[in-house]
Design a protein around this ligand. Sequence first.
Ligand SMILES: CC(C)(COP(=O)(O)OP(=O)(O)OC[C@H]1O[C@@H](n2cnc3c(N)ncnc32)[C@H](O)[C@@H]1OP(=O)(O)O)[C@@H](O)C(=O)NCCC(=O)NCCS
Length: 149
Amino acid sequence: MDARFDISDAEVKSERLVMKPSVIGRGEESESVFEIFAGDEKVGKFTIHGGWMDRHEIFKNIPNAELGCYIDEPYWGRGYATEATRACMDFLADSLGIELFSIAHTPKNRASRKVAEKLGFTLYEVSQFYSKTRGRFVDDVRHIWGLTY
Ligand SMILES: CC(C)(COP(=O)(O)OP(=O)(O)OC[C@H]1O[C@@H](n2cnc3c(N)ncnc32)[C@H](O)[C@@H]1OP(=O)(O)O)[C@@H](O)C(=O)NCCC(=O)NCCS
């Protein structure tokens, strides 16, 4: 895990949700992960890692984090992703001094786009790159949104 995002002692709360640090599993070594609960029910997870903004010279010295929110399908459309993301940004800004956030999603992911818009993010770039999926290199595209805090 990136030491900049040590969330091991954190518990983040919002009006309806509680985010608790989760045990980092195989393949997630570079991410910090919160599990998201609504009452007793686990409704999704939240990931934090060094992101796209690191690649840009102008943002080089600005503490930044890329956010990923994953809500389980039965709970979609209740505003949980928006609420969880806002609460995590408040926590990361207050506790770890993060000043810049990014969200990356595939072009077809309209729900993520809406969440980014609702939170006041700006579409920063459309990035095309090669990624390795199931052992093969493929063309990939991400919409990258940024927000200074
Ligand atoms: C993206 C995701 C996290 C959104 O979770 P959520 O809790 O449903 O999000 P919210 O309820 O806070 O907001 C979703 C918004 O998108 C809108 N939306 C959902 N599907 C949409 C679509 N196909 N087209 C346009 N808008 C859409 C909703 O209406 C809502 O907007 P509203 O509040 O104005 O009505 C969830 O769909 C998810 O986990 N998807 C799979 C994983 C994923 O793609 N994660 C993002 C990785 S960056």
